[in-house]
Ligand binder design. Structure first.
Ligand code: SF4
Length: 82
């Protein structure tokens, strides 16, 4: 999963780009639900939020490092739940 750091300026541009609806406005800044973030695996070659964030505050979540296979399995689970 990716995560949003407290460098976030609440510019709103990442939220609509997420194909998994994993990004939401939290208490103070935008946040990413790690159970929904596939790092865009299954949808795009690169994480779309990282491409648009003007302050580059969306790194990999060190507590939720996942392989491409694990991310693709999450993608399939999310698709099945739709
Ligand atoms: Fe925050 Fe970056 Fe998303 Fe803008 S694009 S809301 S700065 S995480």
């Amino acid at each position: 999963s990716l995560m949003i750091t407290d460098d976030c300026i609440n510019c709103d541009v990442c939220e609509p780009e997420c194909p998994n609806d994993a990004i939401y406005m939290g208490a103070e800044i935008y946040e990413i639900n790690p159970d929904k973030c596939t790092e865009c695996v299954g949808h795009f070659d690169e994480p779309q939020c990282q491409q648009v964030c003007p302050v580059s505050c969306i790194p990999f979540n060190p507590e939720r490092r996942e392989t491409k296979e694990q991310l693709f399995a999450k993608f399939e689970l999310l698709q099945a739940a739709k």
